[in-house]
Design a protein. Structure first.
Length: 153
């Protein structure tokens, strides 16, 4: 049962991330997210946007602390699902898409290319308004189609 809770939480976290990205990061906390879209210093390693790591880690930390206190094993599995999503986010967004660590630069995998394409479209918008593609792992089908057509050329 625990693995199902972890997987369910992981999938749910994509919707949480989409919502938070669209309505919080591109909303009232744009002040923290703006430097992710508009680079003021190209040599700067950390961004204000990186504070979102702490914000998103807080629920899993609280769940890890409370699962023993409340003797509810399910809280542990939910916390693990959030952690696994956070790790996926780090590898996909930070390493693969933004190349903070130079790995997987030349992947021909259609899924990875579609993710990268959708994220580039998201970053075309340098203001908090008029954005698109707020998710990370679930990419609209049109980006898969465009990637597939481009690969056939």
């Amino acid at each position: 049962m625990g693995i199902l809770i972890i997987i369910g939480t992981f999938v749910f976290m994509e919707f949480v991330a989409w919502f938070a990205h669209k309505y919080i990061m591109h909303g009232f906390l744009w002040v923290l997210h703006k430097d992710h879209h508009v680079k003021e210093n190209s040599e700067q390693v950390l961004e204000k946007n990186d504070f979102f790591f702490l914000i998103f880690a807080t629920p899993s930390i609280l769940l890890f602390v409370s699962w023993k206190y409340f003797a509810m094993e399910e809280l542990f599995y939910v916390a693990m699902g959030i952690v696994v999503y956070g790790l996926a986010y780090f590898f996909i967004h930070e390493i693969f898409i933004h190349q903070r660590i130079k790995l997987l630069r030349n992947s021909n995998n259609i899924y990875f290319k579609a993710i990268r394409r959708a994220h580039k479209i998201h970053h075309k918008h340098i203001t908090k308004e008029d954005g698109e593609c707020f998710g990370m792992l679930f990419v609209p089908l049109k980006y898969f189609r465009k990637t597939a057509v481009q690969q056939k050329k």
